[in-house]
Design a protein around this ligand. Sequence first.
Ligand code: GDP
Length: 367
Amino acid sequence: ALSVGIVGLPNVGKSTLFNALSSKQAEAANYAFCTIEPNVGIVPVPDPRFDALVKIVQPEKTVPATVEFVDIAGLVRGASKGEGKGNAFLANIRECDAIAHVVRAFEDENVLHVDNRVDPLADIETIETELALKDLDTVQKRLDRARRQSKGGSAIEKKAIEVTEALEKLLDQGKPSRLYDPGDDEDKQNIVRDLALITRKPIFYVCNVKEDQLAVGEKDPLVARVKAHADSVGAPLVVICAKIEAEIMQLAPEDRADFLASAGLEEPGLNAVIRTGYRMLDLITYFTAGKQEVRAWTIKRGTKAPGAAGKIHSDFERGFIRAEVMFWEDRVSLGTEAAVKAAGKMGIEGKEYVVRDGDVMHFRFNV
Ligand code: GDP
């Protein structure tokens, strides 16, 4: 499964956020998931389209899309040099597909800050420097190997030198490797991919604020600074109060709406965190909707119909004949599949059909 790693300095609220996220997993009735590891949570993705389909179809069973969050604790200054078990943590991050970087913008004299000051931009720099240093290490090892091996005249290794020198230059300046563009050259693309660099993963920021900062939102001076930074690197920003999120999840579901309203929130901040994480993974959702089950399926953007069918069962992909496709909105507003068909809004699609985010699909296949 694709996963989002939660990183940040100690005491910024990572575990508080992670625990709130994980309690959503515990709540999802159909999840017979036993806990895999204490720091991994499989979290249902809030999706109004899914809810609308469930309401209209009234199935026996519902299975929402999920995204995996991993709590990566213990990243500290010096981690890239092995400080505080740093290398183990960095290895965990490498296995994630995207990064949620939590920064602290709340003042609380009872909660120690590792550097004795609340300065989210400085925190971002501390963490990102460690990530860049780790990548620099990876890149330099590859560069050494390329230099040795290119002596044999290998064209690939010559390209590897070009790629790793460019990466080294960026990382050396503390810049993330995602700024490097290998262009159309597939060899170069593969060389970069095989390095599995941390600073190439998509990232978003989660700004953890105090309750009274929530109402002010991005006008809060600390939040505004994080926002400006996030914008400058093209990363999304989600503002939450982790403490409130944890409190919401401890309430009975029927008591949450009142609590949210009193905190001036339209929905839990967790929802935005989950949705943003899902988006960073470049995933889309298609649905299957029958009396037995309404289910959301997660695929990479750009997947064609047979590949989407293969998510359900490999036989569906192998024996794929065609797909009947409706858009979720039509399925909901017209009420029945027969009505969608009668309105001429059901498509019969073949192997080359690229699945849209929000399609409701039936697959026809040979066994
Ligand atoms: P981590 O080290 O980043 O995982 O941080 P924790 O989640 O363990 O939080 C560190 C401390 O900060 C704990 O005592 C939390 O209760 C507290 N904390 C976390 N989020 C908030 C928040 O939004 N507001 C306040 N005031 N305290 C918080």
